[in-house]
Write a protein that binds this ligand. Structure first.
Ligand code: ZN
Length: 346
């Protein structure tokens, strides 16, 4: 049996994503075949497509790691899900046996493999990456929970350890990681300063709960604005979803003993800092890596309970994948564009 998939055979403009007929993949013993109901288009997909992220992809490739759907078929060793279950997924498959998996660092698994293949009508996924989706969460919302709310939960709760009364600066605030970072930090009792490069997005950020919005373009030093908003103290926590282009103003915005959580890096530029500035500031520089299974389960529950929202910007047919990529690359989307495959019978 055949299915439709958006296949990429070279890096390039959105047009390199072409809808083709492909055989429906068959699950191995520890895998499930999932009928894709929704697949998110992230900026990570854009840089995978245009070659910014890395140029060593093995073509042809089907992108898409934000996946929600229904289990259609399972391998004989699958125990976590059954046919008919509604599911979403982790970003990476981890082995469960290496020293990192056994030390609560499954996201650093020595044998980890990235999930991909969501831009299709069906995808085969390891049992281990699948998490059940309650009926209260629709597929368009569910597909993005792991890479957005799950990673934000890891950053805000578990790495930066945001506490009641902290002041938190969130960069790339209107993006898939930024929006839930704002909501989760607010839930934790923090005062949130949201940074965005676009004035047009400022009101949307206030609407979801940001206490203050700082609008500043690339390489603009906005730290004086953050200092003014914090009585000259700076922020206890930075949740940085942008990376090198905002590092200097963010570091200058950090309070004494502040925690700087690195979550995203959208550009190739390096950062440069005199190490003395780190120890004079008593700063903690923290790397946030992806989302563990327990964090994804917690994130799904928070969504089902209405404690944090998924922001779906638009639902588009899979056939319009190139247009979806063009819109995400242009950068004027608040929330996720989600691809919806058609319905076929395997
Ligand atoms: Zn492992």
């Amino acid at each position: 049996m055949m299915m439709k998939a958006a296949v990429m055979r070279a890096h390039g403009a959105p047009g390199v994503l072409q809808i083709e007929d492909m055989p429906i993949p068959q699950p191995g013993p520890d895998e499930a075949l999932v009928r894709v109901k929704a697949s998110g288009v992230s900026y990570h997909d854009v840089v995978e497509r245009n070659g910014t992220y890395r140029a060593d992809a093995h073509f042809p490739v089907v992108l898409g790691y934000e996946i929600a759907g229904v289990v259609e078929k399972i391998g004989e060793r699958v125990t976590g899900v059954k046919i008919g279950d509604r599911v979403c997924c982790k970003v990476h498959h981890s082995c469960g046996r290496c020293r990192y998996c056994r030390n609560g660092m499954e996201t650093a698994c020595a044998k980890r493999r990235s999930v991909h293949g969501g831009y299709a009508e069906f995808v085969v996924l390891a049992d281990e990456v699948l998490v059940k989706l309650p009926d209260a969460v629709d597929f368009a919302s569910g597909c993005m929970i792991g890479p957005t709310i799950g990673v934000a939960l890891n950053a805000v709760r578990d790495v930066a350890k945001v506490r009641l009364g902290d002041r938190v600066l969130v960069t790339g605030a209107s993006g898939g990681l930024g929006l839930p970072s704002i909501e989760l930090a607010k839930s934790a009792g923090a005062t949130v300063i949201a940074h965005t490069r676009s004035e047009a997005k400022a009101q949307a950020l206030r609407d979801i709960g940001a206490d203050h919005v700082v609008v500043a373009g690339d390489r603009v030093d906005f730290s004086d604005q953050v200092m003014a908003l914090t009585n000259g103290d700076g922020v206890e926590v930075v949740i940085d979803n942008v990376g090198s282009r905002v590092f200097t103003p963010c570091f200058k915005s950090l309070a004494m003993g502040g925690r700087y959580a690195f979550v995203g890096q959208l550009f190739k530029e390096q950062i440069s800092i005199n190490p003395a500035r780190i120890f004079f500031r008593r700063a903690q520089l923290l790397g946030v890596g992806s989302v563990r299974r327990d964090q994804l389960e917690d994130a799904v529950r928070l969504v089902a309970d209405g404690k944090v929202r998924c922001h779906v910007a638009a639902e588009m047919p899979l056939a319009e994948v190139a247009e979806a990529h063009a819109r995400v690359e242009a950068g004027n989307v608040v929330g996720r564009i989600v691809l919806i495959p058609g319905e076929i019978t395997p």
